[in-house]
Design a protein around this ligand. Structure first.
Ligand code: ARG
Length: 284
């Protein structure tokens, strides 16, 4: 057997991989009217008190972190009476300057759809009004040139086909089965164009098989880290902004050559959201 010296030996994900950060443009919404007055996911308990000023303070740290990383951060005005509007990821899915609008499952959040679409339109995006129920980047995650799409709790699988036509990219349907991980961005973290991290138990067997086949080198997070929404993180390809308490995820990221940055969004966790939920990527 001879080894062609021109063929590099392909090691699987060396710890020393060179990670490259690319500048991101994101949309955020200050939690000025954040509180928990209804329950549409298991994290929310209207009987528990919330501290809006603490939510704003913690959110400001996330905002400052993004600015510090050189991101271009845009803001949409919060609306009184829409306490979940801080979770900007659900406001739509934006790709190639097209903004596919959200159509929320629960009546409490439905007015957010048009509010976000108005912002997209006013800011030069080509708005695509949705026919099918979908909760934007909460359930749609771009990994390289494919879109991973969640269903089971919020986005209807018909929205996957609708988005595929608009985005002109393959959309891979993944079924979520644990109500605590009701949006895809609570069960998968996108690290860069080829790498993800995920929680296997959040998916049904066929979906898990798809993930194992497509991403054999994925980071598998612990139930403990997932249970504080540790996967709900946002990466620029090198810097990965994560929940400060997700210690094992932090360790695994570092071992793979990423730069994890912990932030504490404990107050927003009372609404069932974390770092990624507060972040909508804008792709011109
Ligand atoms: N209370 C919100 C809801 O249940 C939280 C949304 C979290 N967003 C996300 N992208 N996972 O709809």
């Amino acid at each position: 057997m001879s080894i062609d010296s021109a063929t590099p030996i392909r090691a699987e994900e060396p710890a020393t991989s060179v990670r490259t950060a690319t500048k991101r443009t994101v949309l955020m919404c200050k939690p000025q009217f954040f509180t928990v007055v209804y329950r549409i996911n298991p994290w929310m308990d209207p009987a528990l008190p919330t501290d809006t000023s603490l939510a704003v303070k913690q959110w400001q740290t996330l905002y400052d972190t993004y600015v510090g990383l050189g991101f271009d951060v845009h803001l949409i005005d919060p609306i009184d009476g829409l306490p979940d509007m801080v979770y900007a990821a659900n406001g739509g899915f934006v790709i190639d300057n097209q903004a596919y609008g959200a159509k929320f499952t629960h009546v409490e959040r439905q007015p957010e759809g048009p509010a976000y679409m108005d912002w997209f339109g006013a800011n030069g995006f080509d708005v695509r009004v949705p026919v099918e129920t979908n909760e934007g980047e909460g359930d749609f995650l771009l990994v390289g040139d494919v879109i991973l799409a969640g269903t089971g709790f919020r986005s209807d699988s018909n929205s996957h086909a609708e988005l595929s036509i608009i985005a002109g990219r393959p959309v891979i349907t993944l079924r979520l089965i644990n109500p605590s991980f009701y949006h895809l961005d609570t069960a998968i973290a996108v690290l860069d164009d080829t790498n993800i991290a995920y929680l296997p138990s959040a998916f049904d067997a066929p979906s898990l098989a798809i993930l194992q086949e497509r991403y054999p080198d994925a980071i598998i997070v612990t139930e403990e880290d997932a249970s504080i929404l540790g996967l709900n993180s946002y990466s620029d390809g090198y810097n990965v902004v994560i929940a400060a308490r997700a210690k094992d995820f932090e360790r695994q990221l570092r071992a793979r050559g990423y730069n994890p940055i912990g932030v504490d969004l404990s107050e927003l966790l009372l609404g069932g959201g974390g770092v990624k939920c507060c972040t909508l990527e804008l792709r011109r």
